[in-house]
Design a protein around this ligand. Structure first.
Ligand code: NDP
Length: 260
């Protein structure tokens, strides 16, 4: 193999990447792996990302930790301005912030429905829009990856989560729509649909009771959840020049959950 071939294909050196919800879970692992691939990072979250910052900086990576609620258009605009002020550009957005409730349609209040749609769908829309606006203004060939879910394709059981499932189906179709809208601006827009991934959202006993974990186990064709690291190869590939012809795609990484 030609020396440096793979590095050239997949290097993120010189790219600035915004990861929303990068303070823990999948977002934290994405930050670490993308930093190792050469990217400079920025994070949006409501409660800060001091642990992620520490981890990235301990490996000499660059990271900007900004308090932004992705549902607030004004905060998002100011956050993106801060990224341009520090790094001078923004090349990639990973729209990862998300929330989930397990409640039936009759149990969930309208406020709970609205909160899930607000963060998972409207929040991703706001970040896509404001990042793309600045990318276009600054003549940047940008790249947006929206974290959807297999729940945008199938209905999870036994827990009921209509708002979450609807929000993630919305993310997949929004991704396809924006890919076409910005195709002549050289902005690629794709989504990733993970199956269950072991993070606080899917294993924290405060959120997921043991009976539910036990009910999920026989449903995994690979007999386990994904590790967050197992999403990162696809993310690095999508961010890189080697995925230059990939836009409007949704990549399922679900250990065949949606196949059976
Ligand atoms: P976590 O609950 O571990 O992390 C979610 C992150 O989102 C937190 O860092 C949180 O930070 C941030 N966040 C939530 N609301 C907002 C907001 N309004 N503004 C800014 N940041 C916000 O979730 P995961 O890591 O498990 O999930 C990450 C993504 O992957 C989500 O979109 C989720 O739907 C998706 N996914 C997860 C799966 C799983 O099994 N874990 C499966 C499929 C998809 P803070 O509270 O500080 O704002």
């Amino acid at each position: 193999m030609q020396e440096g071939f793979l590095e050239k294909m997949f290097s993120l050196k010189g790219k600035v990447v915004l990861v929303t919800g990068g303070g823990r879970g999948i977002g934290q692992v994405i930050c670490l792996q993308l930093s190792r691939a050469g990217a400079d990072l920025a994070i949006f979250s409501r409660s800060g990302a001091s642990q992620t910052k520490q981890l990235v900086e301990s490996e000499n990576g660059n990271i900007l930790d900004i308090r932004v609620d992705v549902t607030d258009e004004d905060q998002v605009k100011k956050g993106i301005d801060q990224i341009f002020k520090k790094y001078g550009h923004l090349d990639v957005v990973i729209n990862n912030a998300g929330v989930c409730y397990h409640k039936t349609a009759f149990e969930a209040s309208l406020d709970e429905w609205r909160q899930v749609i607000d963060v998972n769908l409207t929040g991703e829309y706001i970040v896509c829009k404001e990042a793309a606006r600045q990318m276009i203004k600054n003549h940047i060939s940008g790249n947006i990856i929206n974290i959807a879910s297999m729940s945008g394709h199938i209905v999870n059981i036994p827990q009921m989560q209509a708002a979450y499932n609807a929000s993630k189906a919305g993310v997949i179709q929004m991704t396809r729509s924006l890919a076409i809208e910005w195709i002549d601006n050289n902005i690629r827009v794709n989504s990733i649909s993970p199956g269950y991934v072991s993070t606080p959202m899917s294993i924290d006993p405060a959120f997921v009771p043991q009976e539910l974990l036990d009910a999920w186990k026989p449903l995994f064709p690979m007999h386990r959840m994904a590790k967050p690291e197992e999403l990162c190869g696809a993310i690095i590939w999508l961010c890189s020049e080697s995925a230059g012809y990939v836009t409007g795609a949704d990549i399922l990484i679900d250990g065949a959950y949606t196949v059976v």
